[in-house]
Design a protein around this ligand. Structure first.
Ligand code: ADP
Ligand code: MG
Length: 718
């Protein structure tokens, strides 16, 4: 046959396979399957065991099993709707097959006494067991049908594509599995004792049966959020075998990220080589000196900006570490070189706060800060937009409205994104595109307070250079954290009264995370009313997501100026808000929050010189994870320590923020489970780049093919 004799059969488009026309090819492409080889790397989500026939008496609800019996009777009944029930018996018990759709011919064929084999999920129906719409086959009494001797894989599929056709195509591809080039260097294979690639793939697509309840052996982040199971077939063997693929996938991912970085270095950005005279000027007027950590990071940024290629740097600094000042230093460097800057914040509130800080710092230098808000009318915005276009405005501050609206710059040289975990990688990418002028791309600086463990950062943000502000400004007193059950609420209210009496300020954060925003706001309103009643001498303010931008701003302004002493808020204050005089933070329902979020919230206090405290109010009974979280909060104020515990408790997807998870699409590897492999993966990546550069493309093509036919590296060219 021609398909077998072609030398590069695996590299052929899928249409080279018999029975694959354009329509089917298009469906396969939706799964990222373009070439025959791609079929081999389309790995099962889980397996069905059709290697064994189960006695009806042993069936358990939820099992997917093969059953054989004789038809006792078949009836059509009306129970709300018309349906056909077929009762079968194997001598150990009776099972009902339920069909909602059936033909007359079908009904006639399911006659009493006919032997039948069916496969489906066992369900409870009243006191009896049944299968709804099982796959079935009528057996001949004289010719026994063989049963499968390997497990049946279930593949990720797409609309209109049957498991059956996927299995058939993959089986054809498997006949050529030995022609698959092994892209791992021999030394790497030996070092890790990996089995042959062909052997690995054959085993994953057709494992031997043996355990009563097969489930998925593979659980990458791409495995649609399914948890790994303990009952996979021949688990030990599959585990060992799949580790080779896990390694290869992580390797491909690493190479892809490196490639993206390399490509980014092929484009131009303005080389900003003039000295930063504005920064020198600002430093003289600041009441404090930058910390060593701030200076070091500013140095790293300045280095980047002087190159003629786009900066692509992530600055991580714990809450309160002074990221804003670092951003300002970067901005001033660009401005001193004749370029404009865009500073983007995740909320109006933060944008407003940045605007105020920048105006305060930059106005004396004769520089113009422009505030672009989603709340502005076109008329209000017109002058501002004009100023940017004319180059009169030096720095624009705003939310993403900054880029969605018709804002144009004369000479945009630097984009700064604050509190990046709210922005996806795609958004970063499109921003860069929008800022492109001629052949020049703007530099990009991303700032985040989310501490990212190093191993994760290398993988998830491998395209970005990475700086850490690992020091807090001096004079901060550590925050004391206590966890109290709700019954102690009265004590807490007493504490607020005392603190406010001493001229301090407090936050009270109320939340209902699962509920709607409307409910959240209502709860906050109720809480504020209650606190007003209980604390008649304290000025209580309220902010929540439903307030108008201007209302929110005015309340925040009053809080900043000390006119409001107790601020009741929803989590809108989670990121970035800076009021140094606030030294008491109450977080209600603390048990419902993730660690990172608690840490972010707590970071709103401890910014001034008075001792700060954070009270975590919880509702009994406390679950095990919740207790661990609260303990972690009491025992540490170090964002990295907390991030590590968070990673342990939640897994990397959530730590990186849901938006990012979608971008690190792994099929079989899991960043959490497999992170111990990452150092070895990096070594292997270097080996390949140095000795087998031609394999880089092959590996990334093999593994990073995305459902839409794009390669994943595209996601990283942010
Ligand atoms: P974050 O890193 O959370 O964004 P901010 O930039 O809001 O932190 O800074 C927190 C507070 O610390 C601000 O009031 C800021 O003015 C102040 N600050 C920043 N750098 C220093 C420094 N080197 N010394 C003293 N205070 C500083
Ligand atoms: Mg900040």
């Amino acid at each position: 046959m021609s398909e077998a004799s072609s030398p590069d059969f695996l590299q052929q488009p899928v249409t080279a396979l018999r029975g694959v026309g354009d329509a089917l090819a298009e469906k396969l492409a939706r799964l990222g399957i373009m070439r025959v080889e791609d079929l081999l790397f389309h790995l099962p989500l889980r397996y069905q065991d059709r290697t064994r026939i189960y006695p009806i008496a042993e069936l358990k609800v939820g099992q997917e099993v093969l059953v054989e019996g004789e038809i006792e009777s078949t009836e059509v009944v009306l129970r709300g709707r018309r349906m056909m029930l077929c009762h079968i018996s194997d001598g150990t018990g009776i099972l009902t097959l339920r069909f909602f759709h059936f033909t007359t011919a079908q009904k006639q064929s399911l006659r009493q006494g006919v032997p039948i084999r069916c496969f489906g999920e066992v369900r409870q129906a009243g006191f009896k067991l049944e299968m709804a719409h099982p796959e079935y086959r009528l057996l001949s009494a004289t010719h026994p049908e063989p049963i499968e001797n390997t497990l049946t894989p279930t593949y990720p599929a797409t609309e209109g594509l049957q498991q059956r056709s996927l299995r058939r195509l993959i089986e054809i591809a498997l006949e050529h599995v030995d022609e698959l080039p092994d892209l791992l260097p021999e030394r790497v294979v030996e070092r890790h004792g990996f089995p042959q690639l062909g052997e690995v793939l054959s085993l994953l697509h057709k494992p031997q049966g043996g355990t009563p309840s097969p489930a998925l052996p593979l659980s990458g982040e791409g495995a649609r959020g399914r948890a790994p199971s303990d009952s996979s077939p021949d688990k030990g063997r599959l585990g060992r075998v799949s580790s080779r693929l896990v390694f290869e996938e992580l390797l491909a991912h690493q190479l892809g990220v490196q490639q993206a970085r390399h490509e980014l270095q092929q484009v131009q950005a303005p080389a900003m080589q003039d000295t930063n005279r504005y920064w020198q000027q600002l430093l003289r007027s600041l009441p404090f000196a930058p910390t060593d950590a701030q200076n070091r990071v500013i140095g790293e940024i300045t280095q980047d900006l002087q190159q003629g290629i786009p900066m692509n740097r992530l600055v991580q600094g714990d809450v309160g570490s002074g990221k804003t000042l670092v951003a300002v230093a970067a901005a001033l460097h660009a401005i001193a070189n004749g370029f404009q800057v865009a500073l983007m914040a995740p909320t109006e509130l933060l944008a407003e706060q940045h605007y105020q800080n920048l105006t305060r710092w930059l106005e004396p230098l004769g520089l113009e800060t422009v505030f672009i808000s989603g709340n502005q009318t076109p008329r209000q915005r017109r002058r501002k937009v004009e100023n940017l276009l004319l180059g009169i405005g030096h720095i624009a501050v705003g939310t993403h409205a900054l880029f969605q609206r018709t804002v144009e710059f004369l000479q945009l040289g630097l984009i700064i994104i604050d509190e990046q975990h709210r922005f996806g990688v795609h958004q970063r990418m499109s921003l860069r595109e929008k800022g492109k002028q001629g052949d020049n791309y703007p530099h990009q600086l991303v700032m985040t307070a989310t501490p990212i463990p190093r191993t994760l950062a290398m993988t998830a943000y491998g395209d970005l250079d990475y700086s850490v502000i690992d020091e807090l400004p001096p004079g901060r007193t550590p925050i004391t954290t206590v966890a109290l059950s709700n019954e102690r609420r009265d004590d807490v209210i007493g504490r607020i009264a005392a603190a406010c009496c001493e001229g301090r300020q407090a936050y009270w954060v109320c939340t209902l995370i699962e509920e709607s925003e409307a409910l959240q706001c209502e709860t906050a309103e109720d809480t504020a009313a209650l606190l007003r009643e209980r604390l008649p001498h304290v000025e209580v303010g309220l902010v929540h997501g439903r307030l108008h931008g201007s209302e929110k701003e005015s309340i925040m302004r009053q809080f900043k100026q000390g006119e409001i002493q107790l601020l009741v808020a929803t989590t809108v204050i989670e990121v970035g808000v800076d009021v140094p005089n606030a030294s008491l933070m109450i977080i209600e329902n603390a048990e419902r929050f993730g660690l990172s979020q608690l840490h972010q919230l707590r970071g709103r206090v401890g910014r001034g010189s008075t001792a700060s405290s954070c009270v975590l109010l919880y509702q009994n009974p406390l679950g095990k994870t919740a207790r661990k979280r609260l303990d972690a909060m009491r025992n540490s104020t170090d964002g990295f320590v907390i991030a590590d515990i968070d990673l342990e408790l939640r897994g990397p997807g959530e730590v990186l923020g849901t938006r990012q998870t979608g971008d690190v699409r792994l099929r079989i590897a899991s960043l959490l489970r497999d992170q111990h492999l990452l150092p070895a993966v990096q070594v292997a990546a270097r080996e390949i780049v140095a000795n087998y550069p031609e394999r880089v493309k092959l590996l990334t093509k093999r593994w990073l093919q995305q459902p839409d036919g794009d390669t994943a590296t595209r996601f990283f060219q942010s």
